[in-house]
Design a protein around this ligand. Structure first.
Ligand code: B12
Length: 447
């Protein structure tokens, strides 16, 4: 088969209008996946990345005839991902898909693409490239979970422009010590990036910044839960202290009762903790049923303790649990009002394929909709709640959303910044710039 040594990586957008706008904000952020795959691709390939592009023309598809097109997908972007895959495949491109959604439902994806990478790609991407060159792409590649998944790509990342690195953020670990029923990637083995590699990348990120000691870069330290291993978290915080950066991090609530961890987090420049409180019934979730949290009232103590160290909190709550009555929604509302968080993230309980919740609700015949566009966490539940109607849950969602916006300290500023940054990122001609660096092989961001 004729092939061109050119790859287009696509991060598809979603159908929901509100989420689409929110994702435009994240357009400035780049998915780490494509840089990992670029690092593992032979240097002679020309690589292009398309991040949440909304308008596609016929030419965009025709351009990649005989090329490899890699598309990532979550559940809410799955339908868009499939639409794009169909059009690329029809235009003569070789389409490979990967990501949490297609890893669970590879047969569904194979109706739209040539190959699916199931699980993590680091161990199999070289085989995909070799088979593409031989004209013998397999339908499925099953990725192993490598313990040291980052070392093979570290040098590549270290050579990326600091601005690009800042847009990607740093993945400090993969996996989580907890196993929540609603998690779409449950029981993922816990693995960490070496602390010296994280520090190396953070140093690189600071390069070229205007007075980095004054205008500190705010960096996202990404991963499921940094407090999965308290010892790792503390060693990491200590190592970051001399760097003088500001960062945000995701952690489970047990960090609130570890004074040493909170102090080190503050000293090392942590500005904000993203914490999943999820429910007013903490004892029903393993990750919240720690000895310190006997009821939702103990959340207030946890929040106070974190605030003592002047750390901000983005608190995540989920609407739609089976055991919620109207009284419990009111309780949740008052709880959010009392907590006075920096920002409140409110989502509807969504049974993502791959989660234990999906399997349970499917068995109970309670899933109402398998249209993935509807799995957007902000809409009405896609399953039948036990105690109330779907619409009632949606109304509670809207009501609590509005009130919680009024009671989080950053809401107005956040929305202003969101709108501003969308406008700025659209005006930013530099989005279509070439990021080629010698010896890395060219990587282009396409509009
Ligand atoms: C960080 C993060 C975010 C960040 C993204 C920041 C960024 N710069 O990309 C933000 C805050 C924007 C975000 C938002 C959302 N997120 Co999120 N997020 C995560 C998190 C914690 C890490 C994702 C990540 O990048 N991991 C590191 C990369 C390297 O891993 P990976 O994506 O799995 O990719 C590997 C393989 O899947 C494969 N692969 C992936 N794509 C491709 C493509 C090709 C071509 C190939 C060959 C291979 C391949 O290779 C990669 C390397 O091994 C995950 C949890 C998790 N454990 O994955 C949740 C997760 C991805 N998010 C999830 C969800 C639901 C959301 C939201 C809907 C909102 C929410 N929960 O509030 C939004 C929607 C965003 C969207 N576009 O769809 C779910 C997705 C479930 C699903 N089936 O769709 C996850 C899995 C959480 C969970 N455990 O349930 N999220």
């Amino acid at each position: 088969m004729p092939i061109k040594k050119e790859i287009l990586f696509v991060n598809p957008t979603v159908s929901d209008r509100f989420l689409k706008i929110a994702l435009l904000y994240f357009k400035k952020r780049m998915s780490v996946v494509f840089y990992i795959l670029s690092a593992l691709t032979p240097k002679e390939y020309i690589i292009k990345i398309s991040n949440v592009k909304i308008f596609w023309s016929k030419k965009d598809f025709a351009r990649y005839k005989d090329c490899l097109v890699g598309i990532t997908s979550t559940t809410i972007s799955a339908k868009n991902a499939y639409r794009l895959a169909d059009r690329f495949r029809a235009s003569g491109a070789y389409v490979v898909m990967g990501g949490p959604h297609v890893s669970v439902l590879p047969e569904e994806a194979l109706e739209h693409c040539h190959s699916v990478v199931i699980g993590e790609a680091e161990s199999v991407w070289k085989d995909v490239i070799a088979d593409f060159e031989q004209g013998s792409l397999k339908s499925k590649y099953i990725g192993e979970l490598l313990d040291d998944f980052f070392s093979p790509v570290y040098e590549y990342f270290l050579k990326l422009p600091p601005k690009t690195l800042r847009r990607i953020g740093i993945y400090t670990h993969r996996g989580c010590k907890y196993n929540c029923e609603f998690c779409a990637t449950p029981k993922k083995k816990l693995r960490f990036v070496k602390i010296e590699q994280i520090v190396g990348l953070l140093r690189r990120m600071k390069q070229g910044m205007f007075f980095p000691s004054v205008f500190k870069p705010t960096i996202d330290l990404l991963g499921d839960n940094i407090y999965s291993d308290p010892d790792f978290a503390k060693r990491l915080f200590k190592a970051i202290i001399p760097l003088g950066i500001s960062y945000t991090i995701i952690a489970s609530i047990d960090i609130a009762f570890d004074e040493e961890a909170l102090m080190l987090a503050k000293q090392s420049g942590c500005s904000c903790l993203f914490i999943g409180f999820e429910t007013v019934f903490p004892q029903t979730l393993p990750k919240l049923s720690i000895p310190y949290i006997k009821s939702h009232n103990d959340y207030i103590k946890a929040v106070k303790n974190i605030k003592k160290y002047k750390l901000r909190i983005i608190g995540a709550f989920i609407i739609g649990f089976d055991n919620y009555s109207h009284k419990d929604y009111l309780r949740l509302l008052f709880l959010i009002m009392r907590m006075r968080l920096f920002l409140v993230s409110l989502t509807t309980l969504t049974p993502f394929p791959g989660s234990a919740l999906f399997e349970r609700l499917k068995k109970e015949n309670r899933i109402l909709n398998f249209d993935w566009d509807k799995y957007n966490v902000l809409a009405r539940p896609v399953f039948k709640p036990r105690k109330m109607a779907v619409l009632t849950v949606k109304l509670w969602f809207v009501f609590i959303r509005i009130v919680s916006l009024l009671f989080s300290s950053m809401t107005a500023v956040f929305f202003l910044l969101l709108v501003l940054s969308i406008i700025l990122s659209e005006l930013d001609k530099k989005i279509a710039y070439q990021m080629a660096i010698e010896r890395l092989g060219p990587v282009f961001i396409v509009k």
